[in-house]
Write a protein that binds this ligand. Structure first.
Ligand code: ADP
Ligand code: MG
Length: 224
């Protein structure tokens, strides 16, 4: 029991530290990004390419911070009626340039008029995490990521399907454990946070995967 208490205290300290660092670091990053963008409009081709790389790295930092911020704030604000198509459109707008930069093709398809009960900000964050993982998984090139929403009885199912390298049963088993990451610069927090968010929305997050055969992540959420 003592070990458990120490563990949860440690987790709380990490959480608070992460939240304050994330908050403080995010603002200057946004400012730097803006100025780089502004300055690069007056530059020649070669320098613009350098600035493009700089912005890519800033965006990567922003993603890492997002993982931590969510880790710090898993509680839900409120559930409201949202339309699946709107959520997916917004998320894919945000993610498509990131996917393109990494050489992956992102496509979306939602049945029209699909309503669900969710905290839309948090739901978008989860879908972004899933898409980000799919993009990263297909970093070798030729990535194809399909995001689908359909009704299934009293639920809406949102799937993120990729053609990446997939996972072994052992790897699947470990998804969502804190700090589990196979990436050199991963946080191993994205899925832990995602599982918690979806659970709090009375939904579930499931994965299907086989080595060499891509991965499907499915979010199931009640329609009301
Ligand atoms: P991070 O992305 O920071 O590594 P996550 O919690 O988002 O942390 O993911 C944990 C691990 O799960 C990843 O490092 C990766 O090994 C594995 N994973 C998640 N999604 C996929 C996917 N679509 N294809 C292959 N592996 C995945
Ligand atoms: Mg991730």
């Amino acid at each position: 029991i003592r070990a458990e208490i120490q563990k949860s205290e440690k987790l709380q300290i990490i959480t608070q530290l992460a939240a304050s660092i994330a908050h403080e670091v995010r603002n200057p990053l946004t400012v730097v990004r803006g100025f780089i963008q502004l300055a690069s409009s007056t530059m020649d081709e070669q320098n613009r390419r350098y600035m493009h790389t700089a912005i890519e790295e800033l965006d990567r930092a922003e993603f890492i911070i997002s993982d931590y911020l969510n880790f710090a704030k898993p509680e839900l604000d409120r559930l409201e009626r949202v339309e699946a198509g709107d959520v997916l459109k917004h998320v894919t707008n945000l993610m498509s340039s990131y996917a393109t930069m990494q050489g992956a093709a992102l496509s979306v398809e939602a049945e029209p008029g699909l309503q669900l009960m969710a905290d839309s900000v948090k739901l978008k964050q989860v879908i972004m995490n899933l898409i980000k993982n799919s993009v990263e998984a297909s970093s070798a090139g030729g990535g194809k990521i399909d995001v689908l929403a359909r009704r299934s009885g009293e639920h809406v199912v949102i799937e993120v399907i990729d053609n990446g390298p997939g996972m072994t049963p052992e790897e699947l088993e470990r998804l969502g454990s804190p700090f589990y990451s196979t990436k050199e610069k991963g946080t191993g927090l994205g899925l832990m946070v995602s599982f918690r968010i979806i659970e709090a929305m009375h939904g579930k997050l499931e994965f299907w995967s086989e080595p060499g055969d891509g991965t499907t992540a499915a979010i199931t959420i009640p329609t009301r």
